[in-house]
Design a binder for this molecule. Structure first.
Ligand code: DLL
Length: 432
């Protein structure tokens, strides 16, 4: 079992000592080996020796996705190419992907980070795990794969797609853990239903979900459909991939592997550092990464940090579920709306399924938001008064929570596109 108590159960003082020593080391390595960081530091007269306490991290400028793009593909690497044993990349919405490289030691630390969260979620070498993340440049498939292997779990690298076959494999190979995006595993539950696969006909007991957010309501829906414990984990390619943080069986926040990834919360607009318990943008610094060290990387993910010791005994700082990204916050007629708020309202309501899509348009100068929601029973579309009543009910609920008036369109079951990776729930047509 991989419960690394020396890293996961330290006192705050012990953890901070580890972090400080590693921070000084990574800053020095970045400064000496990556011209980009040297230039950034020199511009403001900052030297690695100026980092004396953890708080001094605030002197370091932020790094952003654009910096990775500008240095495409390898200019941020801190070691010669011959020491890089793996490349991954994440495709942004526009242009070239961002590229990351791992040394052999990075690969070991990555597997260890992922193994920790699997064990925290209750996985053990008795388990068989079906990985339905895509394998390839995306970090999800390989990242989880190596972590699972490290725990000694039997891995079925099914990859994403081919959903009927996934169900056959799941039953025949006896998977006890499913690993993927929550939206794809939700979709698989529909396939299971269509194929007549009921709860007792598979052995799944645990889900390891990440790569995208899902609300507590969506989690409850997935747990109910599959009869599993659904745990969540978080990460991003720029920092390592999956493995930054993950929930334990108590499902009360994701334990950050703080000895490898140092978290801060900032106020997005000013860049000022916020404290524990305050909501803001997560900024991460890789403390051990050799291939492509990241200093104060702005994730754009909004969350809250909680330093309290967890019931499970782990002392690492936990992060709340990601509320949304600063760049997927919709501003509708001046009101800030996160897709996750809409999901919270919709999922679990009577007569509608957990599939929805948000379409934002411009109508003249006004933003116009329309939410398509699938009915559980398509026949309701013929019962006009019932339909209208339900649409109004949803609209009213949305208005109470979001303070905006959204159009609601109820549509036939299974007409909203399903994804095999990360779901695309928002279509913003305003800038087209
Ligand atoms: O999605 C890494 C990953 C794969 C994590 C599998 C966990 C499991 P990227 O493709 O670079 O990497 O996307 C990173 O996805 O900044 C978040 O916005 C979002 N994200 C990842 N996990 C979560 C989560 C992988 N649990 C971006 N909740 C991040 C909310 C998440 N958002």
């Amino acid at each position: 079992m991989i419960w690394n108590k020396e890293a996961e159960c330290l006192t705050r003082k012990e953890m901070e000592a580890v972090q400080l020593e590693r921070l000084k080391d990574v800053v020095k390595r970045a400064y000496e080996n990556v011209p980009f960081y040297k230039k950034r530091f020199d511009e403001i007269g900052l030297k690695p020796e100026h980092i004396v306490t953890l708080k001094d991290i605030e002197k370091i400028p932020f790094t952003t996705k654009n910096d990775l793009r500008d240095n495409y593909p390898y200019s941020l690497f801190a070691v010669p190419m011959k020491e890089i044993v793996r490349i991954h990349a994440s495709s942004g919405t526009t242009g070239k992907p961002i590229v990351v490289g791992y040394t052999r030691r990075d690969m070991e630390n990555w597997s260890e980070s992922v193994a920790r969260l699997i064990v925290a979620a209750g996985g053990s070498d008795e388990d068989i795990a079906q990985v339905v993340f895509g394998y390839g440049l995306f970090t999800g498939g390989f990242g989880l794969h190596y972590g699972l292997e490290k725990v000694g779990i039997t891995v079925v690298p099914a990859s994403s797609g081919n959903s009927e076959r996934q169900m056959m494999l799941m039953q025949d190979f006896g998977a006890t853990i499913i690993v993927g995006t929550p939206s794809y595993v939700l979709y698989l539950s529909e396939i299971a239903e269509e194929m007549g696969v009921k709860k007792g006909m598979h052995k799944l007991r645990l889900g390891l979900f990440g790569g995208e957010g899902h609300t507590p309501e969506m989690r409850a829906e997935i747990e109910k459909r599959w009869g599993i414990l659904a745990t969540e984990n978080y990460g991003l390619s720029e920092i390592v991939g999956p493995g930054v943080s993950g929930e334990c069986i108590h499902q009360c926040g994701m334990h950050i592997n703080e000895d490898h990834y140092y978290p801060e919360i900032i106020e997005s607009d000013s860049g000022n550092t916020l404290g524990y318990g305050q909501k803001g943008e997560l900024v991460l610094t890789t403390l051990t990464k050799e291939g492509i060290p990241m200093l104060r990387y702005r994730t754009k993910d909004i969350t809250i940090l909680n330093p309290e010791q967890c019931k499970c005994g782990r002392t690492n700082v936990r992060m709340n579920k990601v509320l949304g990204r600063t760049d997927d916050m919709l501003i509708i007629r001046g009101v800030n709306v996160f897709p996750s708020q809409i999901e919270s309202v919709l999922v679990g309501m009577e007569h509608i399924g957990p599939h929805y899509q948000i379409i934002v348009k411009k109508k003249g100068y006004m933003d116009d938001i329309e939410i398509n929601v699938e009915l559980i029973d398509g026949k309701m579309l013929e019962r006009y008064s019932e339909l209208e009543k339900l649409e109004n009910e949803i609209r009213h609920k949305l208005k109470t929570v979001l303070q905006i008036d959204a159009k609601v369109k109820l549509v036939n079951p299974k007409t909203i596109e399903r994804s095999v990776g990360k779901a695309k729930r928002v279509i913003d047509l305003r800038n087209q």
